[in-house]
Write a protein that binds this ligand. Structure first.
Ligand SMILES: Nc1ncnc2c1ncn2[C@@H]1O[C@H](COP(=O)(O)OP(=O)(O)OP(=O)(O)O)[C@@H](O)[C@H]1O
Ligand SMILES: [Mg+2]
Length: 370
């Protein structure tokens, strides 16, 4: 009898657990200016798409979001315009940010439920109260019960394997699309942070300008990005003559055209931008307290973000800063992975959350299921 009761109880308990797991998925959201990455506890990264919304100019209606919108870039229909609702990591277009986040969160749920119990989201260190509020409201619209905000630099550091118990400071350089964020963390807190408005997308823009002005070919942003990824290098290219053919519109005739671009040319275009980024890193480090500097000297730089995937970037930053430099294995996902780790330790999640208790708890208390 006892056994049967136990069995019944355990089976209903498991039933309840499964049900709860379905609705109580814990999400980690890294909404960047270039890409949005969402991971769900137990399932890993489930969304990794460009932060782009295609909007009908006349009606304001959303035509496509994410990858579907991104493929339209440079080929969009007359009445369609592409909007990147986040600029420099903060909400620039509130309405489209909301729609985009709701869409991605729905995709992350995979049609299983319409509600998520909690999510942890990264936020840039310097955001204002208004910008913070905009993100929270967007999350509420996406039917997320409780939202925790964690500073991006801290999340990236944790994702890169830095322990929050560690006293020794760690410096994380996140090379994103629009910006480069430098954060120094110690004992799970940000000791220093700084954001530079130069990122990997500036290389794409410089390539477009160079080819238009000096080679007479107008190319689109996706072509420039492909060129950077295929041929770009932060250090002298091993084979400077290696080339790829790029197509676009001839500036003088307006006709379609193609030219060969070499690795050497891409290198020369990228260098000034990379040197500017390195200068920003050096400047950031020069203002730190001596103890912190000595920690960083011992430990070196940790490099994250999509821009870190550029060939030779680690070596370049090492040369420019004279510090040991480590590009993490999956630099595009370190922030979301760091956020995810916080779910393993609820006290840590509470401790690291950007503290604005009135915003965090009041609006969402009714959703709380725990
Ligand atoms: N293999 C690659 N080689 C070089 N650059 C790459 C590679 N893959 C992605 N990138 C670049 O990384 C950038 C996007 O990085 P990431 O996804 O970290 O940006 P983000 O977090 O959305 O932006 P931000 O931090 O500015 O808000 C883009 O400029 C993209 O071209
Ligand atoms: Mg980012």
């Amino acid at each position: 009898m006892l056994r049967r009761n136990y069995k019944r109880r355990t089976s209903s308990f498991w039933h309840f657990q499964t049900l709860r797991d379905l609705v109580s998925d814990s999400m980690a959201i890294d909404m960047g200016s270039s890409n949005t990455v969402i991971a769900v506890r137990g399932r890993g990264v489930v969304v990794d798409e460009p932060s782009v919304v295609a909007v009908n100019k006349m009606t304001g209606e959303v035509v496509a979001i994410g990858r579907e919108a991104h493929v339209m870039e440079g080929r969009e229909a007359r009445e369609v315009t592409l909007v990147r609702p986040l600029v420099d990591g903060v909400v620039a277009d509130f309405d489209n940010t909301q729609k985009m986040l709701s869409h991605f969160v729905r995709a992350a749920r995979g049609g299983i439920s319409h509600f998520s119990r909690r999510a942890v989201m990264s936020v840039l260190s310097g955001v204002t109260h208004v910008e913070h509020r905009a993100l929270l409201t967007a999350a509420e619209h996406a039917h997320i019960g409780r939202i925790y905000m964690v500073e991006e630099g801290l999340a990236s550091a944790i994702g890169a394997g830095v322990s929050v118990e560690e006293k020794q400071s760690a410096a994380v350089v996140d090379l994103g699309g629009d910006s480069t964020n430098i954060a120094v963390v110690s004992l799970g807190m940000i000791v220093y942070s700084r954001a530079e408005r130069t990122g990997s997308n500036d290389i794409d823009a410089a390539l477009m300008e160079r080819l238009r002005r000096f080679r007479g070919l107008s190319i689109g942003a996706p072509t420039a990005e492909r060129l950077k990824i295929e041929l770009g290098s932060a250090i002298e290219p091993a084979d400077p003559a290696r080339s790829v053919s790029v197509k676009g519109r001839e500036v003088t005739t307006g006709r379609p055209g193609a030219i060969d671009v070499t690795a050497d040319e891409v290198y020369a275009v990228a260098q000034p931008i990379l040197l500017k980024i390195a200068e920003g890193v050096r400047e950031a480090l020069s203002g730190l307290q001596p103890e912190v500097v000595s920690d960083i000297y011992e430990r070196g730089l940790i490099v994250t973000g999509g821009g870190a995937l550029l060939e030779g970037l680690g070596e370049f930053l090492h040369r420019e800063t004279s510090l040991a430099t480590r590009v993490v294995p999956e630099p595009r996902h370190s922030c979301v992975m760091g956020l995810m780790k916080l779910f393993d330790s609820p006290p840590l999640l509470r401790r690291l959350t950007r503290s604005e208790p009135s915003l965090l708890d009041a609006d969402s208390a009714s959703f709380e299921m725990q």
